[in-house]
Design a protein around this ligand. Structure first.
Ligand SMILES: NC(=O)c1ccc[n+]([C@@H]2O[C@H](COP(=O)([O-])OP(=O)(O)OC[C@H]3O[C@@H](n4cnc5c(N)ncnc54)[C@H](OP(=O)(O)O)[C@@H]3O)[C@@H](O)[C@H]2O)c1
Length: 345
């Protein structure tokens, strides 16, 4: 942790500061960096809210949607985007004194409540965690919402009995934020990880993260088979669609799939057969509204036994606020890998 991050400072919040704002008012959509008045984020402020000087944020799939005219995830306009952040508390509040570092993601952040792509954020204290020992601010946002989702998927699979040594675990969308974090975390726990990707050019990188095998993006066989050869001890899927249907048909008897995303489609063209003939389970993963105590427990795991061996290897690039809209468009185009960090202030 840097000296700056450890040192409590008296911070005066300026009347205006830069933020990435998505504005769908009127007939046109616009998203870019502009100076916002402090009033924009303090409107409706509660006594329990924390004012936070944002240090780091990251680009997640939902950020990319919020910064896109076709994303339709923003619930207010104008919206300061950014669904996760790590920052320094600048006003005393409950269990988070001025100068302490907090981590926040999900709930309404960057969707229905102004988010982390701004020099300052107002965050309900009930959404804030103390940055766990064992992770610095940059590392926490390198993992961010995507890493949390990967960790939550592992925790859910463990609750279903998954243990290292049970057999190969399939990770779909492996070069994405959730996928690459899952590969790195499963590997550090000692699992045999099979990474499925549409970007075979990144095979060496995935092997470096800990994949023991890299396979082509899993697609539904044609004609589709309700049951295929049983390969996987578990599946971590952030893709959905026909690929997930195929992965379900390849799960071993009694195994589970943890499902978090839909980059390959929201549909799930499957049958009941994997469930009733092989007893497989589908576990839904929601990082947005899961309760704070569970969130804290998962972050503790991320800071300890799930901590990837080389967190920096997950970083694709580090950008400034004004580059965020372009980075979001890149993410939606599928051209990026790993995690994009946003250095905020
Ligand atoms: N449930 C939750 O709480 C939660 C939390 C975080 C994210 N998510 C969701 O999880 C998904 C992934 O998020 P992310 O941040 O990891 O996004 P990301 O970094 O953009 O990664 C998505 C990956 O999906 C794969 N992919 C993209 N288009 C595809 C297609 N048409 N068919 C099959 N695979 C495709 C690609 O991996 P390859 O090229 O390697 O195949 C891509 O790298 C998103 O849908 C996001 O909304 C949900």
């Amino acid at each position: 942790m840097s000296e700056e991050e450890n040192t409590a400072m008296i911070v005066t919040i300026p009347d205006s500061f830069p933020a990435v704002v998505a504005d769908s008012g009127g007939t046109t959509f616009h998203c870019g960096v502009r100076q916002i008045d402090l009033d924009l984020i303090t409107d409706g402020q509660l006594a329990s809210d924390l004012m936070v000087r944002v240090l780091w944020s990251s680009i997640n799939y939902k950020d990319a949607l919020a910064m896109s005219p076709i994303g339709r995830v923003a619930r207010i306009s104008p919206l300061v985007t950014g669904i996760d952040l790590v920052g320094e508390v600048v006003t005393d509040g409950g269990s988070h004194p001025a100068g302490s570092l907090v981590l926040a993601h999900g709930y309404g952040l960057g969707v229905s409540h102004h988010g982390g792509f701004a020099h300052y954020a107002r965050v309900p204290e009930a959404w804030c965690l103390t940055l766990p020992a064992g992770l610095n601010a940059r590392e926490a946002m390198t993992l961010g919402t995507a890493g949390f989702t990967a960790a939550m998927s592992i925790v859910r699979l463990e609750a279903d009995g998954l243990r290292p040594g049970d057999g190969p675990v399939l990770v779909t969308g492996a070069t994405g934020g959730v996928g690459s974090s899952a590969v790195a975390m499963l590997s550090v726990l000692g699992y045999e990880v099979v990474a499925s990707t549409g970007k075979r050019a990144h095979t060496d990188w995935l092997r470096g993260l800990g994949a023991s095998q890299v396979i082509d993006r899993i697609e539904r066989s044609d004609p589709p088979k309700p049951l295929s050869s049983a390969h996987w001890a578990a599946v971590i899927d952030s893709v959905g669609g026909p690929g997930l249907a195929q992965a379900l048909s390849e799960l071993r008897y009694g195994a589970s799939a943890a499902v978090s995303g839909l980059t390959g489609g929201a549909g799930l063209p499957t049958t009941v057969l994997p469930f009733i003939l092989r007893g497989v389970s589908l576990r839904g993963i929601d990082s947005v509204d899961c309760p704070l105590p569970f969130r804290e427990a998962v972050w503790q795991r991320i800071a300890t036994d799930l901590r990837p061996a080389d967190i920096e290897a997950l970083v694709d690039r580090t950008i400034q606020l004004d580059e965020a809209p372009g980075a979001g468009a890149d993410l939606l185009s599928g051209s990026r890998t790993g995690r994009t960090l946003v250095s905020v202030s």
